[in-house]
Design a protein around this ligand. Structure first.
Ligand code: HEC
Length: 206
């Protein structure tokens, strides 16, 4: 499934990229160039273009998200509902996997969503972007269907960007970084100094 979709999106994105390069080449090919489409190469992508190139990135052939490291969340009984289902896993790109506690800018976390019959329904993604949304951990949220289209909420708006339904619930994560999977790591970090055996805190020998 991933391969089929990835191939298709790869072609699409290749086309877009080639078109972009062509436009850049044209725009730089001399001061006499009067092609009207040249400036398009430098404009930022539209949301739709970003959704599809980002999808292409996470399902890239040979480096698709399901080849990334799994960020395992040890069971925490925090009573927070997990809408992604218990059988699903969280995959972390290299930036995230190298520093799961801090999840630096550029981190991508992918969570597959399954139903009760263990059928994968959608794919929820968080992408940490510099100065994107500082009140919500600078996370960009997006939820894709299997074929790479972005899901739509009840209001028919695409579930992408600063999605409050995602950030409202993720705001309950212990580390205050809107991520649950690294809560245990952050907890460990906090308690570490106290765990160190020291003369004054050594338990009495009986
Ligand atoms: C009702 C609460 C809730 C909502 C709403 C929610 N999530 Fe989550 N999400 C969770 C919980 C709980 C986990 C951790 C599950 C686990 O590993 O046990 C999680 C995990 C994740 C992860 C893995 C990183 C992490 O925090 O552990 C991603 C990525 C993710 N969710 C994306 C999304 C996106 C995108 C949306 C919105 C479309 C969303 N979530 C909406 C509760 C929620």
């Amino acid at each position: 499934m991933i391969t089929k979709v990835s191939l298709r999106s790869l072609c699409l994105v290749t086309l877009v990229v080639v078109a972009g390069w062509t436009a850049v080449a044209f725009s730089q090919s001399g001061s006499g160039s009067s092609r009207v489409d040249a400036p398009r190469a430098t404009r930022p992508p539209t949301p739709e273009e970003f959704h599809s190139s980002f999808w292409n990135h996470i399902v890239k052939q040979g480096a698709a998200y399901n080849t990334w490291k799994v960020l395992a969340r040890e069971k925490i009984e925090d009573g927070i509902e997990n809408p992604h289902s218990a059988v699903s896993q969280t995959f972390a790109n290299k930036v995230a996997a190298d520093d799961p506690k801090n999840l630096p800018i550029g981190s991508i976390l992918v969570r597959e969503d399954y139903n009760d019959q263990r059928k994968r329904l959608s794919i929820s993604v968080m992408y940490r972007v510099k100065a994107y949304d500082k009140d919500h951990g600078n996370w960009y949220w997006i939820k894709y269907l299997e074929n790479g289209t972005v899901t739509r909420g009840k209001d028919n708006k695409v579930v992408a960007g600063k999605v409050t339904s995602c950030s409202n619930c993720h705001g309950k994560a212990q580390g205050k970084d809107f991520v649950f999977s690294n809560d245990t790591l952050q907890g460990e970090q906090k308690t570490k100094p106290d765990d160190k055996p020291s003369d004054t805190k050594a338990p009495p020998k009986e």
